[in-house]
Ligand binder design. Structure first.
Ligand code: FMN
Length: 346
């Protein structure tokens, strides 16, 4: 079965969910153009998710993918937090920030019973997960209204594991990808390989359709991924300059600059590895630091620095998530970009 048939879409192009950088508007535009738009929910409260799903329902009858993180939440650790705040102390002084007033907070929530209840009111036909899948009970709940489930895999082992746990299609996330690495069976960075090495190996290892993600930015890249056996592609970075995305001004400026050619994996902004454009914080404290609290607690300590810097037009403390190929970022409508990405498919 083709991916289009499985998901009820016309084009095998999935707009990657990008928490913090887009909402329903981008998803609606891509889905109405025949691709699969995605709504990232990791940074949304239940009411916000409800509002976004209502907006989607009002503006498209095409399928839209609803995306969640599935990390195992940990309790905040005072010792790690203190170490992290000490690393950031010189910056607090530079910006005149009173560190004692910065709250400890998570900022990103995993998929739960409560969120399953929220989405059950809308019965989305596609639901995707990052950092593994939820419990068998929650998976069954989401499948009960016929939803197809997708999840990112970054290794052959993760792909096999996802297939055994009932995922309908597997997103092969190569090392080039922007944003968080979906790795969940291992945190060993040496297991992570590039998209065009990963996709054919996962295609051979599993029976489910495989969706290629990471560094795909134009029609030739899409066609090449399909040649390697992918049933579809998931593209994030290329959509970040579309007017329907909520990409911040400093993020947009960075994506358009020469700096965008230099990305790295960093754990500084959340506590988990994610790929972004190298900026001041990454140069000075990382890109990878052992002083960082566990995911997602690193975010709270940086938040006031990010806010101050961004108000001065600087992305020095912002997560400038981007993949290794920003060559496809265009300031054109998401519908037009989707059509262009699909233009070399037969
Ligand atoms: C700004 C940004 C935010 C992202 N946020 C999410 C997210 O919330 N959920 C998710 O499953 N993947 C997220 N990703 C990863 C994408 O799903 C995908 O793996 C990646 O965009 C593919 O690589 P590309 O950016 O080179 O196209 C994000 C990627 C970017 C660039």
């Amino acid at each position: 079965m083709t991916l289009q048939k499985l998901l009820g879409i016309q084009l095998p192009i999935i707009q990657a969910p990008m928490a913090g950088s887009q909402g329903s508007a981008l998803a609606i535009a891509v889905s109405n153009a025949g691709g699969l738009g995605s709504l990232p929910c990791a940074m949304l409260a239940p009411d916000a998710i409800r509002n976004e799903l209502a907006a989607i329902k009002a503006q498209t009858s095409a399928p839209v993918n609803v995306n969640f993180f599935c990390h195992v939440p940990t309790a905040p650790n005072a010792e790690r937090e203190a170490l992290w705040r000490a690393s950031l102390a010189p910056y607090y002084t530079e910006f005149g920030i009173d560190a004692s007033k910065i709250p400890v907070g998570a900022g990103r929530a995993p998929f739960t019973e409560e969120l399953a209840q929220v989405i059950s009111e809308f019965k989305p036909s596609v639901v995707s997960f990052h950092f593994s899948v939820p419990s068998a009970e929650l998976m069954a709940r989401v499948k009960s209204w016929g939803a197809k489930l997708l999840c990112s895999a970054t290794t052959v082992e993760e792909a096999r594991w996802l297939e055994a746990h009932g995922v309908d299609a597997i997103i092969a996330q190569g090392l080039e990808a922007g944003g968080h690495r979906g790795m969940f069976l291992s945190d060993d960075l040496t297991t992570q390989i590039s998209t065009f090495a990963l996709v054919p190996q996962i295609v051979r290892a599993v029976k489910r359709p495989v969706i290629a993600a990471g560094g795909i930015a134009d029609a030739k890249g899409v066609a090449a991924a399909m040649k390697l056996g992918a049933a579809g592609v998931q593209i994030g970075t290329a959509y970040l300059l579309c007017p329907e995305a909520m990409t911040s001004p400093v993020h947009r400026a960075a994506l358009k600059s020469d700096a965008a050619r230099h990305t790295a994996l960093t754990n500084l902004f959340t506590g988990r590895l994610a790929r972004g454009i190298v900026n001041r914080l990454m140069k000075q404290l990382g890109p990878i630091s052992s002083a960082v609290p566990a995911f997602p607690f690193a975010t709270a300590g940086i938040a006031p620095l990010r806010a101050k810097a961004e108000s001065q037009g600087s992305g020095d403390f912002s997560p400038l998530w981007a993949g290794q190929n920003v060559g496809g970022c265009k300031e054109i409508s998401a519908a037009e970009l989707t059509r262009q990405l699909a233009s070399e498919l037969h």
